[in-house]
Design a protein around this ligand. Structure first.
Ligand SMILES: C[S@@+](CC[C@H](N)C(=O)[O-])C[C@H]1O[C@@H](n2cnc3c(N)ncnc32)[C@H](O)[C@@H]1O
Length: 390
């Protein structure tokens, strides 16, 4: 494909991504994957270039752009190599007309920029939410040790006790160490959220919103496979991805538990007052993960944020029922908004005066309310709010 044809393809894909974001339909990654699958003439260099253009254009637009072309013209303001490719060549974009609309730049839609600023995230802190994320690994201590693990490429130790960092795009999934379960791909922030849970061998631990088990596997390693680790979620599809991952990782202490939304305690009743620790990695806006998923900021609206905040409070209250006296609730969201972080946790503590905030020994982050906030600009991790009460 010519460079101009790549730009035109990226424009057409952006049109689909914008439409899907408005309709809360397929995410950008899936739209790209489907296009690549059904257009085999695009070689690996074309695919890489198109993906780069699409994601750079998504990052360059704050609010949802009107069209893919307007989004690409916004990117062209930052990248002087793009405008000359609007040359009307075969398969390329039509030449530029006078006064063509250019999409608005910025970090996010205005209402969301305001919410972030109200949570103390603005200027360079806000801009860093759209940085490109590095590739972080967690060495699985059930299979290997960071100090002695040999990998095909040199990796830099991170602040997380078992963490390593590599350049984005390193094909770790093809490495023997990955196939053997010695390493997991996991952002440093996620690893520190698991560290905050301080799970120990022999404990009863509930990972209430376990999803595909990214954090469950880290908890199993911290417990050295000794004790009871219950991974629950309401999403059957996500939860079903945990078993093969656990097998690869050699994690044998995990039980999965599928929950019915709004009837969670029916399945969890046997654990009421039993858990040493409950990790609540709650569904959230994901404002801390825009580095990986920049299009998420086009999908969020105020009603959705309010729905998520209500669900987070509800899940925290379930966690409070599950811990035994002296047990702990560890609350995590990959969001930088106070309504999903410090404010949410403060309200939880107010509803449960028997619980006190607990100190967490984390090597990164800044205090925010009764917890700790990790941020791309300050910590080089995804954004997270992490807090513990017991
Ligand atoms: C942030 S994700 C969890 C990610 C996961 N812990 C990991 O590390 O890979 C939030 C999860 O909460 C789940 N969830 C949503 N509503 C829930 C509910 N009522 N009870 C339990 N889990 C719920 C979602 O299905 C989703 O998997």
């Amino acid at each position: 494909m010519t460079p101009a044809a790549r730009v035109q393809t990226a424009i057409e894909l952006l049109d689909r991504i914008v439409e899907a974001a408005r309709a809360k339909a397929a995410p950008a990654d899936r739209i790209l994957a489907e296009w690549f699958r059904s257009n085999r003439f695009a070689g690996s260099k074309d695919r890489r270039a198109i993906r780069e253009l699409v994601y750079a254009a998504i990052r360059a637009c704050g609010p949802v752009p009107a069209t893919g072309r307007a989004a690409m013209l916004r990117l062209a303001q930052d990248d002087p190599a793009i405008a000359p490719l609007f040359d009307g060549s075969h398969y390329g974009p039509a030449p530029l007309a006078d006064d063509e609309p250019v999409a608005e730049g910025g970090v996010a839609p205005r209402w969301l920029v305001d919410r972030l600023a109200a949570s103390g995230v603005d200027g360079t802190d806000a801009a860093a939410l759209l940085d490109r994320a590095p590739l972080d690994l967690r060495v699985n201590t059930l299979r290997a040790e960071r100090a002695t693990l040999a990998l095909p490429e040199a990796a830099v130790p991170t602040a997380a006790p078992h963490g390593l960092r590599l350049a984005t795009g390193t094909p770790v999934e093809q490495w023997d160490a990955f196939r053997a379960g010695a390493i997991e791909v996991q952002d440093t922030g996620s690893q520190l959220a698991c560290l905050a849970a301080a799970a120990r061998p022999g404990e009863t631990v509930v990972d209430l919103c376990a999803g595909g088990g990214g954090k469950t596997l880290a908890l199993a390693a911290a417990m050295d496979n000794q004790g009871r680790l219950v991974a629950s979620d309401t999403d059957r599809g996500r939860l079903s991805r945990l078993a093969p991952r656990a097998e690869r990782a050699g994690a044998t202490c995990i039980e999965t538990l599928l929950l019915d939304p709004r009837r969670e305690m029916e399945a969890l009743s046997g654990l009421a007052g039993q858990a040493d620790a409950v990790l609540v990695d709650a569904p959230c806006s994901g404002t801390g993960t825009w580095r990986r998923n920049p299009e998420a900021r086009w999908r969020l609206d105020e009603a959705e944020l309010a729905r998520l905040a209500e669900l987070q409070a509800y899940l925290l209250d379930i966690a409070a029922q599950l811990i035994k006296p002296g047990g702990r609730v560890v609350y995590v969201t990959c969001s930088l908004l106070d309504e999903e972080g410090a404010g949410q946790f403060e309200a939880f503590l107010a509803r449960h005066p028997q619980l006190q905030p607990q100190a967490m020994a984390l090597p990164l982050g800044q205090a925010r309310g009764q917890g700790i906030r990790l941020a791309p600009a300050h910590d080089g991790t995804d954004g997270f709010f992490i807090a513990c009460a017991g």
